[in-house]
Design a binder for this molecule. Structure first.
Ligand code: CAA
Length: 271
């Protein structure tokens, strides 16, 4: 087995050439703390480096998921963000942008297996995967406006790319959650499976199908799809990074994150 590293916040399991990458902070519903972002970056870099003939191509497909059964990932870490200044927040957003770009770059298919909440940064992490499979318990949304924030991990770019401008605007402006059936109807997810077990079975079956093909051809296909949208994506991420930073200069962002942590309704003042 190849050495893909060990991580404080991630679990890695390599079986039959499929690497399952599990974000493992169930007590915080797998929120993407700064440590998770660093760990994701390192793990994906190790995967990227292993994807060559000389390194033996140990990983031919990846499943990204969350531990605990209640959430895929409930977003960026609100506790950490509530104490961030705009420069630190900007660094945080950009480092997760780099992770999402790496997910699009690794030359093997990456499926997000979503069981439970995929909100904010969680939905954005799923959107950076090649496609999403969901269980019936999956919930998606970009709730940033509830917190005085904006999507900061690529959602303002990749959600419209995936579902079109109208549905993306409605989801982002309302902060509304949608269920798996609605996500399927919008084309946000490719498939919905009844249970968590069936979700993983389906993801593994699809990856097994891909693993029977020529790895370089699959990698080149992925690269050309990413290339077709890549320039728009990186320009869009630049604009998003500015907006994400700007949100951290507002009183409403202080109020929104504090209200979440104090488990009360936020009172916004437009400043
Ligand atoms: N960051 C940090 N901690 C989080 C979290 C997050 N995003 N989401 C949940 N948690 C924590 C809660 O604070 C709680 O901790 P305590 O036990 O210490 O109080 C624990 O996880 C369990 O959560 P809840 O008690 O809230 O669970 P619930 O079942 O009542 O509700 C939920 C589940 C609806 C998902 C709710 O947790 C929730 O609304 N979470 C936040 C979702 C959100 O707003 N995500 C977007 C974040 S902003 C973002 O992601 C910005 C970006 O684009 C970069």
């Amino acid at each position: 087995t190849p050495d893909l590293g060990t991580y404080e916040t991630l679990e890695l399991d390599l079986t039959d050439h499929v690497l399952t990458l599990t974000v493992n902070r169930p007590k915080a519903l797998n929120a993407l703390s700064q440590q998770v972002v660093v760990d994701l970056w390192k793990a994906l870099t190790a995967i990227q480096d292993s994807c060559t003939h000389d390194a033996g191509w140990p990983v031919r497909g990846v499943i990204v998921t969350g531990a605990g059964g209640k959430a895929f990932v409930a977003g960026a870490d609100i506790r950490e963000m509530s104490a961030m200044d705009p420069d630190t927040a900007s660094e945080y957003g950009r480092s997760m942008h780099a992770v999402t770009l790496l997910l699009e770059k690794v030359p093997v298919p990456v499926i997000a297996a979503v069981d439970g909440f995929a909100l904010g940064g969680g939905c954005e992490l799923a959107l950076a995967c090649d496609f999403i499979y969901a269980s019936e318990a999956a919930r998606f949304g970009q709730p940033e406006v509830n917190l005085g924030l904006v999507p900061g991990f690529g959602g303002s770019v990749r959600l419209p790319q995936r579902v079109g401008l109208g549905p993306a605007r409605e989801l982002i402006y309302t902060g509304r959650q949608i269920d798996a059936a609605e996500a399927l109807r919008l084309g946000l997810v490719n498939r919905v499976l009844p249970t968590r077990d069936e979700l993983f079975e389906a993801a593994r079956a699809t990856l097994a199908e891909v693993i029977g093909k020529a790895p370089l051809a699959v990698g080149l296909s992925k690269q050309s799809i990413a290339g077709a949208v890549g320039r728009r994506t990186s320009k869009g991420l630049e604009v998003e990074a500015e907006a994400f930073r700007e949100a951290f200069t507002t009183a409403d962002m202080q109020e929104g994150t504090a209200a979440f942590l104090e488990k009360r309704k936020a009172v916004f003042i437009g400043r």
